[in-house]
Design a protein around this ligand. Structure first.
Ligand SMILES: Cc1cc2nc3c(=O)[nH]c(=O)nc-3n(C[C@H](O)[C@H](O)[C@H](O)COP(=O)(O)OP(=O)(O)OC[C@H]3O[C@@H](n4cnc5c(N)ncnc54)[C@H](O)[C@@H]3O)c2cc1C
Length: 495
């Protein structure tokens, strides 16, 4: 039998200790030093789910190398609209990180490292696509400096590991962007949450939010279960941010807000091959993204990355898709079935019918044997030796399925911020481009849910993100200024 304590009160409840709650918490703490903040996390650590360094790919997604953001139009021209949008979002995040390190919010800059981003293709047709992609991107200030490399000697100079034992009779090319980054979102989350706690926030680890009930005054009462003792308690909050990763959909469903009706979720896991042999990591100093396979989700393109985690260099290759009905890596097999409700059944079925290519891709991925995975690795590293690489299981991404009049439901790969009409609760569904967009997402939550106070916060927010409200791709001089300021503050030097 669980015993129940009196209801505690807080201004803001943050559900989940991943990068999203950490970022929103740190921004709010800075804006409103006196408001009470309580963070509730079901695990015993920060970033135990998708934000942990081994649960994601650590790419500072800025569309420098991800080919899904630069599709080819029918007339052969390259559409760079999505790439510019994703890069603009990353610039907002990067500026906040620069602010955080110069203002004592984050003490250790080691979470962020400069690592070139490259796109890699084989075959004459794709080489031609990369040439056109480079020409389309290069005039934009956010992508200036992107090079086309199609000379085998230069390829070998930049990427010795990928060049070793490669048959260069087939045309190859790279788009090379020196300004890319590798990010340890776990180390960053720990520092941001540490900052909140040092400045008066309360953190409850090992506590799970099991239910949320709206009160007559518009506040929310959260039912919390202590996973160690079995005790339960109540927490009343004026504002709730559901930064629960894959669990955001079920929690928002439990809140009963109208805005979540019709949404469903579909979990896709990720697995990577990982190697730490110094001879390998020394010969590959980049993140290299390939062409997405047919049916693969947007960020499902295979890539070979140098990662820096706790100061140690690793090579990581993947993702290979995994599947389980769990919405969290440490979740329950009942997560998917329990999320199906009368209001989202049609959305789920509709998406199932329209996403046959994705289903086929997933089945193909699940059937991959160990040697088949290494064969795919050898397309990047022809000299790869099986025994250097181990398979790791990364986090779960719960892709959003949205109701669609015509098709019943459509699967979306972006991130959706949901909030109720009164701005008392907000949450985040979906997972791409993910952690890299944590800061624009936090700002969006504040703008929607604290609409009146947002105006008074603007001067402080502009200190955190000097380009706030400006499209940097249209303001090259401002871009140069904030880029140089950020690079200096973050001490970004190419690895
Ligand atoms: C394979 C993979 C690769 C990725 N690669 C990248 C990448 O290269 N770059 C990038 O920017 N993004 C990437 N992402 C996406 C990125 O990892 C996520 O978008 C981001 O980490 C989500 O952060 P979050 O704080 O919302 O969720 P999470 O980090 O998942 O945190 C949610 C937290 O909420 C807790 N929680 C859940 N339910 C409850 C509850 N009921 N009560 C209390 N606590 C609860 C969980 O335990 C967890 O700690 C990747 C994701 C995956 C899966």
């Amino acid at each position: 039998m669980s015993r129940q304590a009196a209801t505690a009160r807080t201004d803001v409840a943050l559900v989940g200790a991943g990068i999203m709650s950490a970022t929103l918490g740190a921004v709010l703490r800075r804006l409103e030093p006196d408001c009470s903040i309580t963070l509730v996390e079901r695990l015993d650590a920060v970033a135990g789910e998708s934000s942990g360094p081994w649960n994601n790919a650590g790419t500072g997604h800025s569309a420098l190398c991800e080919l899904n953001y630069t599709p080819e139009r029918r007339d052969g021209s390259i559409d760079i609209g999505k790439a510019v949008h994703v890069n603009e979002q990353f610039q907002v995040t990067r500026q906040f990180w620069a602010y955080a390190v110069t203002n004592g919010i984050v003490a250790d800059r080691g979470f962020l490292n400069a690592i070139p981003h490259a796109s890699f293709v084989r075959g004459a047709r794709r080489v031609d696509y990369l040439r056109r992609r480079q020409r389309a991107l290069a005039p934009n200030p956010l992508f200036a400096g992107t090079e086309l490399i199609d000379d085998p000697d230069e390829f070998a100079r930049r990427l010795p590991l990928m060049a070793a034992e490669r048959d260069f009779s087939e045309p190859i090319a790279l788009n090379w962007a020196p300004q890319g980054t590798d990010v340890d979102f776990g180390a960053l989350s720990r520092q941001l949450i540490g900052f909140c706690v040092r400045h008066g926030a309360t953190a409850l680890f090992g506590h799970e939010v099991r239910d949320l009930t709206r009160q007559g005054d518009g506040s929310w009462t959260l039912l919390l279960g202590n996973r160690r003792t079995g005790q339960s308690r109540r927490l009343n909050a004026k504002f709730v941010f559901v930064g629960a990763g894959g669990d955001a959909l079920p929690l928002l469903q439990r809140s009963g807000i109208r805005e979540v009706r019709g949404f469903a979720g579909f979990p896709i896991g990720g697995r990577f091959l990982r190697a730490a042999r110094p001879a390998l990591t020394a010969a590959h100093r980049a993140k290299v993204y390939g062409v997405p396979a047919p049916g693969a989700p947007p960020l499902g393109a295979l890539h070979l990355d140098l990662r820096l985690v706790n100061g140690k260099a690793w090579l990581v290759f993947g993702p290979y898709a995994g599947w389980s009905p769990k919405f969290l890596k440490h979740g329950h097999f009942t997560d998917l079935p329990r999320s199906v409700q009368p209001d989202n059944l049609l959305s789920l079925l509709g998406a199932g019918v329209t996403e046959l290519a994705l289903v086929q891709y997933l089945i193909g991925q699940l059937r991959l044997s160990g040697p088949e995975r290494v064969r795919m690795l050898r397309e990047f590293v022809p000299s790869a030796v099986d025994s250097d690489w181990e398979l790791t299981v990364a986090g779960q991404r719960v892709q959003v399925i949205r109701r669609d009049r015509r098709r019943g439901g459509v699967l979306e790969f972006g991130t959706t911020v949901l909030s109720d009409a009164d701005g008392t609760i907000a949450g985040l569904l979906g997972g791409s481009p993910g952690a890299s967009t944590a800061v624009p997402i936090a700002l969006e939550v504040l703008r929607r849910c604290f609409a009146r106070r947002y105006q008074t916060w603007l001067p402080a927010l502009k200190e955190m993100v000097p380009s706030l409200g400006v499209e940097l791709s249209r303001e090259p001089a401002l871009f140069d200024e904030v880029w140089s300021w950020g690079s200096k503050a973050l001490q970004l030097e190419v690895a």
